[in-house]
Ligand binder design. Structure first.
Ligand SMILES: [Zn+2]
Ligand SMILES: [Zn+2]
Length: 508
């Protein structure tokens, strides 16, 4: 038995020749394509189906389902009708020929149906077939089966007569034991000669092994139970006993043939064919998201980080709201200590958390990133202000200052610079010996606010400003009429800045 490389407890259902690995249903790419092929997640080659051989539940664990198998209106009506027919046939011995025909017809129909059940189950169909698909050729099948039984009995009898009672007895036992194998062969080939080929029967029994013996034991128990049930019912309801017994026998027959078929299905690999259970097909088709997650698992287990990172970035684009991907990638980088990748991904993840309003995780995540990338600062002014606000609330003033320091140089176009510097001033104010710096920041905030105001006016009156410039080209240096970057000197932004190293300021 082969197991999935990535799920060592699950039976394999596919095989990739290129990678020489076995996979389960989850670990192959089942994306729809024109050729209806499935592909390997790792090398993208077409994978081979192994059928259900490795994943089938053994028949002895499936007895409950097996007994439910005939419980549908179609199969049950056939069982009841054929039982009534055989009872009527027995009750009217005066019309000998008609009664024989009726009996044969009933038994033949039941047998044909049971054989169909065996065939279908062996091919992976776990629901009882429709009766109408199985009503032809019943009597012929019955006669063939009787003939097979006679041939086998005669063979054992002849052996007993000519060779000796002991050998004959042994052959008789072998005949009884191999009867289910002969039945299975007959159902599969529909040829009496194939069925009676002792080598074929032995090959079948050898391929299945011990469970075949289990099946025989199980058959004997069921046959005995019919007798016991008959005794019971006979004492309670003598008139209906024959009918009830007939119904129960037919019911058991369908169960038995289903089990025999199931045994073939279970040992399909040993018997040289491959089939999938229709119960597998009932599973809903995987979504792109589930498929992507499965591929990530495979790539991770293969250690193919390059492809994995590419796939994650693809996932972020395709599923921008899927927290699972964002969280998992962050955890992966954190656990694997991939600092370069983390420096890249940090902002993406922080922005995702902000977008999803997971504020509680924001500063904690930032500090986690800092453990990998000690001098990490997100390259986004809005994110910096956001983080600084939370850090200040949590009393982590130094980190908040670090976050905001020098922002007017880094992001001169950031609209909320005045607010950022007001926040910085507030943080510094609460730090010891930082009041002077705080005051400077406050002034800077005011200057920035004024500049922003001036810019706003400029934007609101572009036409007017243009006209002034055109009329007085000599005045073009005036800050109000100027477009493009503002002059450095007049706005006074060269003001002394907060020292970058807060720790040295602390020591003073
Ligand atoms: Zn797997
Ligand atoms: Zn492969």
């Amino acid at each position: 038995m082969d197991y999935c490389k990535y799920h060592p407890l699950d039976g394999a259902t596919y095989f990739c020749r290129q990678c020489n690995i076995h996979q389960c249903d989850r670990c192959v790419n089942d994306e729809k394509n024109k050729r209806h092929t499935l592909h390997c997640f790792v090398c993208d080659a077409v994978v081979e189906s192994l059928g259900s051989a490795n994943t089938v539940t053994p028949f002895w664990r499936r007895l409950k389902e097996a007994f439910k198998y005939p419980l549908n209106s179609s199969a049950m009506s056939l069982i009841v009708i054929t039982s009534i027919m055989s009872v009527v046939a027995v009750l009217m011995p005066f019309l000998f020929v008609i009664s024989i025909v009726m009996y044969l017809f009933a038994a033949g129909a039941m047998l044909k149906y049971s054989f169909t059940c065996l065939e279908r189950t062996a091919m992976g169909e776990m629901k009882a077939p429709d009766v109408m698909e199985a009503y032809q050729g019943g009597i012929k099948l019955l006669l063939q089966l009787i003939l097979i039984t006679i041939v086998m009995s005669v063979f054992a009898g002849l052996a007993a007569y000519y060779v000796g009672v002991t050998l004959g007895g042994i052959l008789g036992v072998i005949a009884v034991v191999s009867f289910p194998a002969v039945l299975i062969r007959f159902a599969q080939t529909e040829s009496m000669f194939e069925a009676l080929n002792p080598l074929a029967a032995i090959a079948l029994m050898a391929a299945i092994g011990l469970p075949y013996g289990l099946l025989i034991v199980f058959m004997l128990i069921m046959m005995t139970s019919v007798g016991v049930l008959h005794e019971w019912i006979n004492t309670i309801l003598p008139a209906g006993a024959f009918l009830v017994q007939s119904i129960i026998s037919s019911y058991y027959m369908v169960v038995m043939f289903h089990l025999m078929g199931y045994m073939l299905f279970q040992y399909q690999q040993e018997l040289g064919y491959s089939a999938r259970s229709d119960e597998d097909d009932e599973q809903p088709e995987r979504s792109d998201l589930e498929r992507m997650t499965a591929k990530m698992d495979v790539l991770l287990k293969e250690g193919d980080y390059e492809q994995l990172v590419g796939l994650y970035y693809q996932a972020f684009k395709q599923f921008p709201n899927e927290a699972n991907f964002f969280d998992r990638f962050f955890d992966l980088l954190y656990v694997c200590k991939k600092s370069a990748l983390m420096a890249d991904y940090g902002l993406t993840y922080l922005e995702f958390l902000l977008r999803k309003k997971r504020f509680d995780k924001l500063t904690a995540t930032f500090k986690q990133i800092m453990l990998l990338v000690p001098d990490y600062l997100p390259d986004s002014p809005a994110m910096r202000v956001q983080l600084a606000t939370f850090l200040r609330q949590q009393g982590d003033l130094k980190l908040a200052v670090k976050m905001l320091n020098g922002m007017h140089k880094l992001y001169p176009e950031f609209a909320d610079l005045p607010a950022a510097y007001t926040l910085l001033a507030e943080c510094l104010n609460d730090l010891p010996n930082m009041q002077t710096q705080a005051e400077k920041c406050r002034q800077m905030a005011m200057q920035l606010a004024r500049r922003a105001e001036a810019k706003k006016v400029e934007l609101e009156m572009p036409q007017q400003a243009k006209r002034i410039t055109e009329e007085n080209p000599a005045n073009s240096a005036a800050p109000k009429g100027r477009r493009g970057p503002p002059p450095a000197a007049p706005s006074g932004l060269t003001l002394a800045l907060v020292p970058l190293d807060i720790h040295s300021a602390d020591k003073n």
